[in-house]
Design a binder for this molecule. Structure first.
Ligand code: PEP
Ligand code: MG
Length: 609
């Protein structure tokens, strides 16, 4: 049964009233952390609540009345909560803004809906959450089928209120971003990498979050997907309502609520300028990856699966310097079997067509939790993460190693272990690798017998004993995102300490130099695959220190390549000598920025960026 017509018509009138009000809204500017380049605008899709896992269970005849009382109480509590928000909004932004909450309240007072739910509890003898959810889903489907685009979009309001009531009834879990109600900008307290991995990309124009820093995995994914993002806004979810029109500037970390026409046109000009500069950068893509004086520097891609690999090919990356394999696990919310992993890895390896693909073994833990097995830890970045998790779960590790080794039969594959902190872990992982190789030989399955194995250097202990680590592996790759967080004791996700996450801190600079020099002294190539590798400010410094490759999200390739082609390697060495003498992060940052300007100056001035 569909909702009754008079109820719907009344509901329309409130919604239409709120359309008229949108024209007079005030502009509000919020400042956050610039997380992923790009300018976007569109309606806000606010995700305050977590996805609700709606339980379903049967009830006895004598429990029916109690179940109906639960429903009544839930309705009351939710109405009370919405009224409080409504009054706050009315006081701060005016009656017009508050009107949408009247529409929300109406849904909860709709007698047809309430009677239907009660009827369903009595007839199906199922719990209230399940009955309410089924009825509200029908309402949602009804509004979704409307011709009127605006009203169709307001489905999200009904979803909001339904979610609120379900939350009251059953508690919280996580947001479901796989089915966005319309195109728009996600506004959330926080997003997890699995949210980003499953988000409906066709409708996502950008996202902003209250929490988060520049190197959270969510942000890294946004950058690789070229989704403009601003994070660390503290209270955006309090200031922004579902449906508010937003403009976001991912270059500068700015968000404008209800942007004026003038502001939108100013940003459209800015976006044009960025496009012009991008077109100039793009011209570098067909040229060799080498410095001005001809020193080769492999410019590689960080990818998370076959889709990114396409982008990497488009950007003519010299290979894959970091294949983060977690996306497959996050997408599946569990542990894919050997066949599924083999299929995905070999697809990427074949796409790479002879270029090397460095596959990193599973780096779960930290901000990436997989399946139900994931351990909840207070201090997860310091906990059962990455290689620690793999060594503690040998079946999962062996399955992945088998899949990677089998994929190595199709091209040039390298294996890389994350978060190595000492030789014990490196040897432990290599022992398992050797035993998996033996198993494959017995099974008669082909793999690259001389596959290279490397360690990520992202824990200060490994940096300190770099000579020892380098002597027992084929290559090193600096994971600067983690290295910086562990070196400076600054959680890479925590917006409260985001300003202390300083890649130009002298301790970071000295560590980078020690690692690269240590690796080179041991005759092992050292690459960098953390976010600094894709930042032109660092590219010259890392080249000057002797890094042989830089690996970063493919979308940054044009800019980094353009820059590297203009760096003189002798000047880069001098730059390192100058910077290591400096005492503060600000001094170093300013010096590196000045160097970048000295190379890109004309471009920056011409584009007025
Ligand atoms: C790093 O830590 O720099 C890195 C590349 O690994 P991730 O960002 O996936 O932790
Ligand atoms: Mg890392």
């Amino acid at each position: 049964m569909l909702p009754e017509a008079p109820v719907i018509l009344l509901f329309y009138s409130y919604l239409l009233a709120s359309v008229t009000e949108t024209k007079t809204k005030k502009e509000i500017v919020l400042e956050g952390v610039a997380a992923s380049d790009g300018i976007a605008h569109g309606p806000a899709l606010v995700y305050l609540q977590d996805e609700l896992d709606v339980p379903i269970f049967g009830i006895e005849d004598n429990e029916i009345e109690a179940e109906i009382s639960r429903f009544d109480e839930g309705l009351l509590e939710t109405r009370r909560a919405i009224s409080v928000v409504r009054d706050k909004v009315a006081a701060s932004l005016g009656e017009g803004e508050a009107r949408i909450f009247d529409a929300h309240l109406m849904v909860l007072e709709d007698s047809a809906l309430i009677d239907e739910v009660i009827g369903a509890i009595r007839t199906t003898k199922k719990n209230v959450e399940h009955c309410f959810n089924s009825v509200s889903q029908r309402y949602i489907a009804f509004f979704q089928s409307m011709e009127d685009e605006y009203l169709k979009e307001r489905v999200s309001d009904i979803q909001d209120v339904s979610r609120r009531l379900l939350q009251t009834l059953i508690g919280r879990s996580r947001p479901n971003l796989a089915h966005l109600p319309s195109e728009g900008i996600i506004v959330s307290e926080d997003l997890t990498p699995s949210d980003t991995a499953t988000v409906d990309r066709s409708k996502l124009r950008g996202f902003i979050t209250d929490m988060g820093g520049k190197t959270s995995h969510t942000v890294i994914m946004a950058r690789s997907l070229r989704i403009p993002a601003v994070v660390g806004l503290h209270d955006a979810t309090e200031q922004i309502k579902n449906g508010d029109y937003l403009l976001i500037d991912g270059y500068e970390g700015m968000v404008v609520i209800n942007p004026s026409e003038a502001r939108l046109s100013q940003f459209s000009d800015l976006a044009d300028k960025h496009r012009q500069v991008d077109a100039i950068y793009n011209e570098s893509l067909g040229l060799a990856s080498e410095t001005k004086d001809g020193r080769p520097v492999a410019l590689m891609a960080n990818i998370e699966g076959p889709e990114d690999m396409e982008r990497s090919l488009e950007m003519r990356a010299d290979g894959v310097g970091l294949y983060r394999t977690e996306a497959l696990f996050l997408r599946d919310h569990g542990y894919p079997d050997e066949a599924a992993q083999y299929e995905e890895y070999s697809k990427v390896v074949k796409m790479a067509a002879g270029h090397e693909v460095t596959i990193r073994t599973l780096d779960v833990g930290g901000d990436k939790t997989v399946g139900d097995d994931s351990v909840k830890e207070d201090n997860s970045f310091m906990g059962f993460r990455a290689i620690r998790f793999c060594l503690g779960n040998p079946v999962i590790f062996r399955t992945q190693l088998r899949a990677i080794l089998r994929a190595s039969a199709h091209g040039k594959v390298k294996i890389m272990y994350p978060m190595i902190s000492g030789l014990g872990e490196l040897r432990g992982a290599n022992e398992i690798l050797e035993s998996v190789k033996d198993e494959l030989r017995v099974d008669g399955l082909p793999f690259d017998e001389v596959i290279e194995v490397g360690a990520m250097i992202e824990v200060p202990s490994a940096a300190t004993i770099i000579d020892l680590i380098a002597s027992e592996c084929d290559f090193l790759s600096i994971g600067s995102n983690d290295l910086i967080q562990y070196l400076l004791a600054v959680d890479r996700l925590n917006d409260l300490v985001a300003d202390l996450y300083q890649p130009t801190h002298p301790a970071v600079i000295r560590s980078l130099r020690a690692i690269i020099e240590g690796g080179v002294a041991a005759g092992k190539p050292v690459g960098v695959c953390g976010e600094i590798a894709g930042d032109a400010i660092f590219a010259s410094l890392l080249i000057g220190m002797g890094a042989s490759s830089l690996s970063f999200t493919p979308s940054l390739m044009p800019e980094v390549k353009y820059f590297v082609q203009r760096v003189d390697s002798a000047a880069a060495t001098r730059l390192v000598d100058e910077v290591v003498q400096m005492k503060t992060e600000t001094e170093i940052l300013e010096h590196l920025e000045a160097y970048k300007r000295s190379i890109l100056g004309d471009l920056i001035v011409a584009s007025n960026l």
